[in-house]
Write a protein that binds this ligand. Sequence first.
Ligand SMILES: NC(=O)C1=CN([C@@H]2O[C@H](COP(=O)(O)OP(=O)(O)OC[C@H]3O[C@@H](n4cnc5c(N)ncnc54)[C@H](OP(=O)(O)O)[C@@H]3O)[C@@H](O)[C@H]2O)C=CC1
Ligand SMILES: CC(=O)C(=O)O
Ligand SMILES: [Mg+2]
Length: 504
Amino acid sequence: MESAAETAEAEKEVAAEKEVAAAGGGVEDKYGEDRATEELPVTPWAFSVASGYTLLRDPHHNKGLAFTERERDAHYLRGLLPPGVVSQDLQVKKIMHNLRQYKVPLQRYVAMMDLQERNERLFYKLLIDNVEELLPVVYTPTVGEACQKYGSIFRRPQGLYVSLRDKGKVIDVLRNWPERNIQVIVVTDGERILGLGDLGCQGMGIPVGKLSLYTALGGVRPSACLPITIDVGTNNEQLLNDEFYIGLRQRRATGEEYHELMEEFMDAVKQIYGEKVLIQFEDFANHNAFDLLAKYSKSHLVFNDDIQGTASVVLAGLLSSLKVVGGTLAEHTYLFLGAGEAGTGIAELIALEISKQTNAPIEECRKKVFLVDSKGLIVSSRKNSLQPFKTSWAHEREPVTTLLDAIKSIRPTVLIGTSGVGRAFTKEVIEAMASFNERPVIFSLSNPTSHSECTAEEAYKWTQGRAVFASGSPFDPVEYDGKIRVPGQRQTMLIFSLDLALVL
Ligand SMILES: NC(=O)C1=CN([C@@H]2O[C@H](COP(=O)(O)OP(=O)(O)OC[C@H]3O[C@@H](n4cnc5c(N)ncnc54)[C@H](OP(=O)(O)O)[C@@H]3O)[C@@H](O)[C@H]2O)C=CC1
Ligand SMILES: CC(=O)C(=O)O
Ligand SMILES: [Mg+2]
């Protein structure tokens, strides 16, 4: 029997350990995911409870050196760890120190992925505590390079791969995923990865990265998130000839073959995870993206981040910009370079909002918005050859082939880049915007950084510091004329976190 003094001593130890765990815990265990590491009775013979050696290799429950003395006893960890107990805060400090030693961004990415596969709690604590520094590592721009080199850096598989080979048994593939209580799926077919084009199966970095933002910024528990890549082949010759390529080595399936696989996948998702699972389409090429969204919004809870997420975040950015440049949404004129998912998605939401604010018919409101694609300004004389999602933007105007000429003829107050074409906002383009706007609004949204239509520095320098600038990938603050200007980042991740503040 324990004496009263021993009992009091044991209680003190439990309280102290709870304090250490709380202080170093960071991420609140709202969903009871941490239960394997709490003082619940552990049955070492039970198959489903990770303990001992297995627990240290279970990323969902592993805490590494942060396991307390009591946890080490309770979970058969004695001897499997060096004796030192290190708080989670100290673990974060050490890893940040190590990450900062890497000069190559991709090395940081690989180190972050290793951590996610080793100690998920620490990964999210690190990400949440150092969000500004680490977002460019787990997401754009570094994730773009990671996808390009995914075959070479691939260590442990992340997410779920559904390929053409699985036709007829997609449901069995989904059943192989260990979690059942899924709330969000981010799915890509890898055909338009950021502005980098077709990266086939290697696009997996995108759903994995986006879902880590769902958790870090939106608070969705990691086990409720499922990243999926649909592999229907790739038309990227370089990948097809790359010995390290990890996907199907064939050209992309199209038409019926493609849609049959998508249909089977969408049915299987609903069957296994129910009606309420959110399916986020990400980085599909526009010839599939609009159709998939239209088709499945009737039967599933779907969201296309590139069309809808971008539109919401950019509209929020524009509303914030108005506080600086003045006027209402309806009093501005908008010109886009790029008339795909992002461009037409944003354009439509601007028109809808103007219509809501002014009670004018949407067709009238669309006349405030102009789009340039790879063939020039979208005008009515091109109507017969336009893709369906562009036709409502075909205004009665003379054809114009270059962006500069479109700017001169339309005199927009807002210029938005959604073309995926790096440095398309040349000095002449930005100077033209600055020649008739006191505060030109310039959003250069294409990702990754190398595909941004201009840099923050260029936008400020070529407008003598007058531009109201935001980008898709982050840029460092710029000093111009003795003043520090902090560019905004218009990223759809802000939609997940519902943090729509524009930093000006
Ligand atoms: N910041 C953010 O949150 C987001 C950023 N993006 C970025 O936006 C970019 C575009 O994405 P998305 O809209 O989905 O892609 P799409 O492929 O759907 O659209 C690209 C558009 O750019 C046009 N384009 C291509 N080259 C040129 C050129 N040389 N001159 C003029 N127009 C050109 C295309 O013209 P055509 O139609 O004639 O082929 C097309 O209209 C990507 O870089 C992506 O990373 C996307 C979503 C969110
Ligand atoms: C941010 C994003 O979704 C994209 O660039 O595709
Ligand atoms: Mg995207």
